[in-house]
Design a protein around this ligand. Structure first.
Ligand code: FAD
Length: 414
């Protein structure tokens, strides 16, 4: 995959980052017959957080020619989400939802998943260079990237267009000063993998478990069963709540898990399979998702919050929409990146934003645990939780803020 000899440094599209957004964009561009160069600063497989996919993402994997590889990889099947708070439990089955489309997906070790996707892109003809870091860019109708290879060699890449899919690296937002306020408080997560050793009927391995802290509705845990008897476990809270020296993270996470009865029962003293990691201040936003000669994909553009596992789905949606828009431009059409890419992508992000904000106020939790919800409304909410946040036939997509406020008027009585 690494073409250190005979480097071609002039391509149709240069992509910064080989995560899910970069890999799917590369494969879709190759399908359209474009030359693609992916520059990735790390070597794969590499750890990444974000292990629970949403069914909506399957359509993009399918279109990118990656479905067979993903299905055959042996990842943990996923069909929904289970929410828990004190003695309340509410499970959504994503196969029962308002929007048409995939109702199941996978829970994946991202090191394996991301490696698989970029290998698929390379098999389709993308030139992928690991250990190559993008350090600067000249924007314009003929953008130029400055790249540093790990042997220290610096070189330039000339492209007709650049996709920044650098995730939390946020290469172009930083270099071009595109960053904007997120409106989200600074939250953090501590997490690890555990050897769960659970009996088969102890929990529904096909669902992510999202458990709210019994006393703090703005603090929540995830348990994501993975293949092979391991689970990903984490806690999300405002940054100060999780603050502790690195050597105390393990005891901090264990103590927090003990405070939530369901996770305490499921995880107990199960061994941690890796040091507890910390990530904070991940919420990010930009003024615009495009500029002269470039577009921002996935987390390089905007990231809200992990609570609804929407990150990879938004990343793949952005890759799909950016490629469609760029193809029209390459084919001679006049393209308005604001109207054709930025605004439509943000429509779904804004749906998730309305849900995320009301999750932390507790309003959405009231709605989720409300025992007398109509089947129709549960199916509409299920569709959004499954990633169908752009389907405007769903009233909770068309006008999420108003709809959720009205619905909460009913549910808060509970
Ligand atoms: P990434 O996967 O981050 O890939 C970006 C790549 O760019 C990296 O490989 C990086 O090395 C490379 N790069 C960076 N800088 C440079 C440079 N200068 N030059 C070259 N390469 C560079 N999402 C979900 O869908 N489900 C979840 O359950 C979920 N849980 C989460 C939990 C937490 C605590 C957090 C913080 C996020 C979670 N997410 C989840 C979000 C998910 O991690 C991201 O949305 C997803 O990884 C974004 O993919 P991407 O392709 O945009 O970027």
């Amino acid at each position: 995959m690494n073409s250190l000899t005979a480097r071609t440094n002039s391509v149709d599209v240069a992509i910064i980052g080989a995560g899910p957004a970069g890999a799917v964009a590369a494969a879709l561009l190759r399908k359209a017959g474009r030359s693609v160069l992916v520059l990735e600063r790390q070597h794969f497989p590499r750890f990444s957080i974000g292990e629970s996919l949403l069914p909506q993402s399957m359509a993009y994997l399918e279109e990118a020619g990656m479905l067979k590889a993903v299905v055959e990889a042996g990842f943990q099947h996923k069909n929904g989400a289970q929410f828990i708070w004190r003695d309340k439990s509410s499970a959504f089955d994503f196969r029962d939802k308002h929007s048409p489309g995939w109702g199941t997906t996978y829970q994946v070790e991202r090191a394996v998943f991301d490696d698989l996707l970029i290998r698929c892109a390379a098999e389709q003809g993308a030139d992928v260079r690991f250990g190559h870091t993008v350090s600067a860019m000249q924007t314009g109708s003929a953008p130029v990237l400055e790249v540093v290879a790990e042997d220290g060699e610096a070189y330039q890449v000339h492209a007709r267009y650049v996709f920044d899919a650098s995730g939390f690296g946020r290469v172009l937002p930083r270099l071009l000063h595109l960053e904007a306020p997120t409106g989200m408080p600074t939250r953090a997560a501590i997490f690890t993998h555990v050897r769960d050793g659970l009996p088969l009927d102890a929990t529904d391995r096909n669902k992510i478990c999202v458990a709210t802290h019994p006393e703090r509705r703005d603090v929540w845990f995830w348990m994501i069963p993975l293949a092979g008897g391991r689970s990903s476990v984490g806690c999300v809270a405002e940054a100060a709540f999780l603050d502790c020296p690195e050597h105390e993270r393990e005891s901090k996470l264990r103590a927090l898990i003990q405070q939530e009865p369901t996770l305490s029962r499921l995880i107990g003293e199960a061994p941690f399979l890796m040091p507890v990691r910390h990530i904070g201040g991940y919420a990010a936003n930009v003024e615009r998702l495009h500029g002269p000669g470039y577009a921002l994909l996935g987390n390089a553009g905007e990231f809200l919050d992990p609570v609804f596992s929407s990150g990879v789905t938004i990343a793949l949606r952005s890759a799909h929409l950016a490629v469609k828009t760029l193809e029209r431009q390459f084919n001679g059409e006049t393209v308005d990146w604001q109207a054709d890419y930025d605004a439509p992508l943000r429509k779904g992000i804004d749906t998730f934003r309305a849900f995320v904000e009301r999750w932390y106020t507790g309003e959405l939790q009231d709605i989720i645990f409300y025992p007398r919800q109509t089947t129709m409304i549960r199916r509409m909410i299920s569709a959004i939780l499954a990633g169908y946040a752009w389907d405007e036939t769903n009233p909770y997509v068309a006008d999420p803020v108003k709809r959720l406020e009205t619905l909460h008027e009913v549910c808060k009585i509970f």
